[in-house]
Design a protein around this ligand. Structure first.
Ligand SMILES: *Cc1c(COP(=O)(O)O)cnc(C)c1O
Length: 355
């Protein structure tokens, strides 16, 4: 058995893989593959409808928000957000907490003036800046709720009195959120929602149409809202598999229940990192992510040795991102406590054999 700690695309539940595989051969007894049905067919329309209603139910999305399934990943949202929300000559505020936040701000610079309200770059993004002010003349404030690469997470939405946009790619559906705290939420699916290829956007309808700029139709949220995510051919299979995964989440008791599991999983792993003299966490304790656990060892030699042991024990995907080094265990919703225990056991075994 493999324990997949990959950062994304990542583990999904085994039963989702089974059902997804079956639908490639015969989708809902139609005698057709999910890969060959029309996106305009009644069967697929129902898939989109159910996926949307699962998102609405699981995250408690209010009626005045639209739910979109787009392509282009979270990276496309880095550009679509300012294109749709930043007026000509306007200003937007960004919090810099890592690679993805930096990329989002860089794209936005193509559309207006960008103010970086705070940055944790001074300490290689190992913490979340908390003392900062968002200018009240900003069209919106943007932040990344979970920094997938550095293993830090924003648990409390920063206070602002301007519309707030959040990149929740790697912690959406992992914990309860209050959607109405935000004006726009986006997430590439491949870290907790489904396979790569679809991007979830949850958007408060009344923030649109205020930029005074001509937006290409395909990049205009309004085109997708008006067409119910069917402006052009949507990523049919990615939406379908996301639906299966959200059904799985609902059957498990929803976001509230998975959050409790995620807390226990993260606590178990961080406890071992803090106890075991061979390992050291890289993120500031109060900002530690529940989804991506980053840690290092004293020397590259020890790290290579532990990586080899991990491989022997079926632990895959734990090598850290090159900008942090060491290890990163991504412990998304579908990763069970059994896999956490397997990693903890390997860490203990390593300690024992090096006494
Ligand atoms: C992975 C990731 C991205 C990039 O997502 P793509 O879908 O590959 O564009 C952006 N933001 C965060 C927080 C991520 O984890």
């Amino acid at each position: 058995m493999k324990h997949n700690f990959g950062a994304g695309p990542c583990i999904l539940p085994q039963e989702v893989f089974q059902e997804a595989a079956q639908a490639v051969l015969d989708f809902n007894n139609t005698g057709l593959s999910i890969l060959e049905i029309s996106h305009r067919s009644k069967e697929f329309e129902e898939v989109v409808k159910e996926t949307e209603s699962l998102v609405r139910e699981l995250l408690n999305v209010p009626e005045n928000y639209s739910i979109l399934f787009l392509q282009g990943g979270a990276s496309q949202q880095f550009a679509m957000v300012p294109m749709n929300l930043l007026p000509e000559g306007g200003k937007a505020a960004y919090l810099d907490t890592g690679v993805w936040a930096t990329k989002a701000a860089k794209e936005a610079k193509n559309f207006g003036q960008i103010e970086i309200v705070a940055s944790s770059k001074d300490k290689n993004y190992t913490y979340i800046p908390k003392d900062f002010e968002v200018p009240s003349d900003a069209a919106y404030f943007h932040f990344t709720s979970n920094n997938t690469i550095y293993g830090t997470e924003v648990f409390e939405k920063p206070q602002t009195n301007v519309p707030t946009v959040v990149d929740m790619s790697s912690d959406i559906f992992s914990r309860e959120i209050n959607v109405s705290d935000y004006d726009l939420i986006y997430a590439g699916a491949q870290k907790n929602m489904g396979p790569a290829g679809v991007t979830l956007v949850i958007i408060k309808n009344d923030i649109l149409g205020k930029t005074g700029r001509t937006i290409p139709t395909i990049f205009n949220y309004e085109s997708h809202i008006n067409a119910g995510s069917m402006y052009n051919t949507p990523p049919v299979y990615s939406i379908y598999v996301s639906m299966l995964n959200l059904r799985w989440l609902k059957a498990k008791g929803g976001v509230k229940a998975i959050e409790q599991e995620n807390i226990i999983k993260a606590r178990t792993l961080y406890a071992e990192i803090d106890r075991n003299p061979f390992f050291k966490g890289t993120a500031e304790v109060e900002d530690r992510s529940r989804m991506n656990v980053t840690f290092v060892m004293d020397t590259p030699e020890l790290e290579a040795e532990f990586l080899a042991l991990a491989k022997e024990r079926g632990l895959v995907g734990i090598k850290g991102h090159r900008s942090v080094g060491g290890f990163r265990a991504s412990i998304y919703n579908a990763l069970s406590i059994t896999s956490i225990n397997a990693l903890v056991d390997a860490m203990r075994e390593f300690e024992e054999s090096h006494k």
